[in-house]
Design a protein around this ligand. Sequence first.
Ligand SMILES: [Zn+2]
Length: 187
Amino acid sequence: MEVIKPALTNLQAHRLLYCLVQLRYIPKKTNGESYSVPGLLRRYTPAHWDDYNSRDIREMCAEQILRTTCIICDEPMSKTTTGDHLIPLSRGGKEGLPNYIALCKSHNSSKGAKDFVEWWTGKGWKLEQSHPDVLCMYTRLRYQLCRDSNILDFAAPDYLVEALRSEILNQPGPDRKAILISSGLST
Ligand SMILES: [Zn+2]
């Protein structure tokens, strides 16, 4: 697909990621039809990214923290668990509850020092199979990290570009077009 070039900047990758996350939250109409994706995506511009859904983000974090089972396998979490980080501290992730992901001991050690999307897609799982709140928290965190480290204009990592390419190719044609237009990758 010519519009998703092999190299995307972190900013371009995040535009796509935000669109995909938003799509996960779009409810169906009462008659079961989908809303118009272009109209809905227009409401979410980079200006919203940093503080967007800040109340919802708090609720999402709280919900994740209150989980008593692993997000992958539902194994009960040990009472002394510290969970894991969506973005490892060694990769610039911050200490704190917004960076928390509930993983059992075995999934925790499988994730290791990878970031959430790198680990998830490395397992062969699709982004759309991930918990929407977890992906939303990850998206916001990674955007803030890139912004604060001044690397928004740098090339996005291959694992992220590959994950986005595969998710976008899976979208129905009109939605795919809307995502690419909203992300500034197509006109
Ligand atoms: Zn597990």
